[in-house]
Design a protein around this ligand. Structure first.
Ligand code: GLA
Length: 735
């Protein structure tokens, strides 16, 4: 619900969700002040008096304040902070005007309430469904001196406890302006002394949580890699120092964007916490001619007054329901086998046939043909961009390969890396100007390849036609959309020099445009996002691909922490997760087959190994795992997820899925450390109804019946010794 009240000549806006409230006001000078975000208040409450004005010294005063030395933009809690006008903290918006001046002084103009979610042209955003519908408050701010307009968008999702923010700048003036920085949000939180949790890492080891207190030195995460990156995920949490899974105030900030970003929190001189998120200003320089506009990506905020589990579940629900789209949003996705770790580039018709044959006999439902099926592509050095089928290598057409797979009762999927180009490719020889590179400088390579200039319509048209041709001529239901380098050497041969600072953003818009047009042509296509695994794992990509390859690291033990970190924001259904060979190709570790299955099953499940090389016993396990995955699909893909152990827990990691109706649950425990003369493995369950009876099945012939309260409060002891890396999956059913 959105409430707007005039109180003492000031406009107070309050946004209500079921368990949070957000309040701000346009004050007597038109400055939009942040008053509150947190546990619910009552409609009619006005929190203006939380702001204490005093002369802080060296915090100057805007002319409208006259002789009042206590009114300073430098100390007031704001929803929009402009550069160059006496707020010396980090700005949300910075403008370079045509006369060379830098000032961004936005004052309240008007507001509008819309009874639906807002859209962002060419970019992902939460959308309305029959289950969840948003409301939007749009506050229009104006720079009087330049007539530049800034519209602030607030989306409100009541039962999900989600509030979104985005901003649109429009040049209504007569002179051009350069936008040097435009973040999606600024918020100055009063009386809050939080920790920040962010998710960091590297290729093949993504999204490790780190938690530090927010103090006066800025904590900032971000990417200038052209993608959201392996190094920092575009999402962070602010929470009470003592907040944990079950208690404490927690605020999430998650950017629905797949390119350069920044996220930051910092205390100011009054100990107010300035929170910001949006497109990274580095390399950003955006020209707006008269009537041109620019809209930011969306920040999805959520609040939980009862700990991190609830916060995560709120994100899972809204991203699953209002960000993911298409046929496979709720429909069961096929269990797949991907040939990459089985063959790498070294495959032919027979090898593929064998993999498919074995997979179909074990109940696997789709073969995904990974890198190496096109152009001249037998290693990393060549072929990207030449999207025509290498029929010699495949021993026939892609149609034949696909039909052969279909004849075995399986579906067929294919890998692409559309945004990339190899210098050794026909495409590059024909169109060197299509690569992102600076004239008279040799471009940097990543995995020996260059990026295509996705801001160019001709590049996107080429890719769309090539992909369409391939998808039309083979029975393909799934595409893995990869991207295997970070992007630099920003320059576009297609745009004016003064627009070169727009390229990072326009690259991302180009990717979204191509994805959208491809999905328009093939609405039932299942896309799996990928960027060397989890280099572009963000809410924006979920708009196009309901699953994303979580990491190039398939080691089940490393996956415990990668999937743990990923679970804070992203639904488990979105984690591409496969059983691979041992010793593992990334770590050399050997882990029991069952554990590999139990870990991968907490995600969009598949296999990625040579089935010809596993034992008969393991083959039986594949059959059981596929059956188990189907049995648990509703839980893992639609249920509530609970982290039961912190990452640094002593000797095991445990997590659980509980059905929304609380009638079923599944708990997985993996023993991560073992010692001689082992102590029992014991965990506390969560999410069951306390006064209901559940049958808890530990093994086929081993079950106990107790109340939810007993499993939650007293926990579960595994009645056998778990050896290192062994796992167990425990099922609960209400009786
Ligand atoms: C990336 C992906 C892998 C695989 C290779 C193919 O690294 O993450 O899964 O597709 O590319 O080159």
């Amino acid at each position: 619900m959105i409430s707007v009240k005039t109180i003492d000549n000031e406009l107070v806006f309050t946004l209500f969700t079921n368990s949070s409230s957000y309040q701000m006001k346009a004050d007597k000078y038109g400055v939009l002040l942040h008053l509150y975000y947190g546990r619910p208040i009552i409609n009619g409450d006005n929190l203006s008096d939380l702001i204490f004005l005093s002369d802080m010294g060296f915090s100057g005063n805007p002319p409208c304040a006259g002789k009042d030395r206590t009114y300073s933009l430098d100390t007031l809690p704001q929803e929009v902070s402009g550069f160059g006008i006496g707020d010396y903290r980090d700005s949300m918006v910075s403008l370079l005007h045509d006369d060379g001046s830098r000032a961004a002084e936005f004052r309240y103009d008007s507001f509008e309430i819309v009874d639906s979610s807002y859209k962002i042209d060419g970019m992902p955003a939460l959308y309305d469904t029959s289950v969840t519908k948003g409301e939007t408050l749009i506050i229009t701010m104006r720079e009087a001196a330049s007539d530049i307009v800034l519209k602030l968008y607030y989306g409100v999702y009541e039962k999900e406890n989600v509030i979104t923010r985005a901003a649109k700048i429009i040049n209504k003036g007569t002179r051009r302006v350069f936008v040097e920085k435009l973040l999606s949000m600024n918020m100055d939180m009063l009386f809050f002394d939080p920790d920040i949790i962010y998710f960091t890492g590297r290729h093949a080891f993504e999204r490790a949580p780190e938690r530090v207190p927010v103090k006066h030195a800025k904590v900032e995460i971000g990417s200038v890699r052209g993608t959201s990156s392996h190094q920092y995920n575009p999402a962070f949490i602010l929470c009470d120092h003592d907040a944990n899974e079950e208690q404490g105030n927690c605020y999430g900030f998650c950017l629905a964007y797949s390119g350069n970003f920044v996220g930051a929190a910092q205390k100011d001189q009054k100990n107010q916490v300035r929170v910001q998120m949006g497109i990274h200003p580095e390399g950003f320089h955006y020209l707006l001619e008269q009537d041109e506009e620019l809209m930011t990506p969306q920040v999805i905020m959520s609040f939980s007054g009862s700990g991190l589990s609830t916060l995560s579940q709120q994100y899972h629900d809204i991203l699953r329901e209002n960000m993911c789209r298409g046929k496979y949003k709720h429909e069961k996705r096929p269990v797949l086998i991907n040939n990459w770790e089985a063959t790498y580039f070294d495959f032919d018709r027979e090898k593929l046939h064998d993999i498919a044959q074995q997979a179909s006999e074990l109940g696997i439902e789709m073969l995904v043909l990974d890198d190496g099926w096109f152009g001249k592509r037998d290693d990393d050095f060549s072929g990207l961009g030449d999207w025509f089928v290498n029929e010699k290598k495949l021993g026939g057409s892609l149609k034949e390969v696909g039909e052969r797979v279909n004849a075995m009762g399986m579906k067929f999927g294919l890998w692409f890396e559309p945004e990339m180009i190899s210098e050794d490719s026909d495409l590059y020889r024909e169109h060197p100007e299509w690569a992102v590179a600076i004239p008279n400088r040799e471009p940097n390579r990543g995995r020996y390849q260059l990026a295509l200039d996705m801001s160019r319509a001709d590049v996107r048209d080429y890719l769309l036609e090539k992909m369409t041709d391939i998808l039309n001529n083979a029975p393909i239901i799934y595409v893995k959309w990869d991207l295997n380098r970070s992007i630099c050497d920003m320059y576009s041969y297609a745009s004016a020099q003064e627009r070169s600072g727009e390229l990072y953003h326009k690259y991302v818009l180009g990717v979204y445009d191509l994805l959208e047009r491809l999905l328009e042509r093939f609405p039932d296509l299942l896309l799996e996002g990928c960027s060397g695994g989890g280099g572009r794992f963000d809410a924006g990509m979920l708009y196009y691909s309901p699953q994303i390859w979580c990491s190039d690291n398939t080691d089940a033990i490393n996956r415990l922490s990668i999937q743990y970190g990923t679970s804070f924001f992203y639904p488990i259904s979105s984690f591409g997760s496969h059983v691979s060979a041992c010793p593992n190709h990334q770590t050399g570790r050997s882990v029991p087959f069952q554990t590999r299955g139990d870990v991968a099953m907490s995600g969009s499940f598949g296999y990625e190994l040579d089935l010809g090389k596993i034992s008969e016993e393991e083959k039986e396990q594949v059959k059981e795992q596929v059956a188990q995955f189907h049995k648990l699909y509703d839980l893992t893909h639609e249920g509530d997820y609970y982290r039961l152990t912190p990452l640094e827990n002593g000797d095991c990691m445990a997590w659980a899925f509980v059905a929304k109706d609380k009638k079923r649950a599944a708990l997985t425990i993996v023993k991560t450390q073992s010692e001689g003369n082992p102590l029992p493995t014991h965990v506390y369950m969560k999410g069951l109804l306390r006064n209901r009876q559940y049958r808890c099945t530990l093994k086929n012939d081993m079950s106990v019946i107790k109340t939810g309260a007993a499993f939650i409060n007293a926990g579960i002891t595994i009645p056998w010794i778990m050896m290192q890396y062994e796992s167990v999956m425990v099922l609960f059913e209400e009786i």
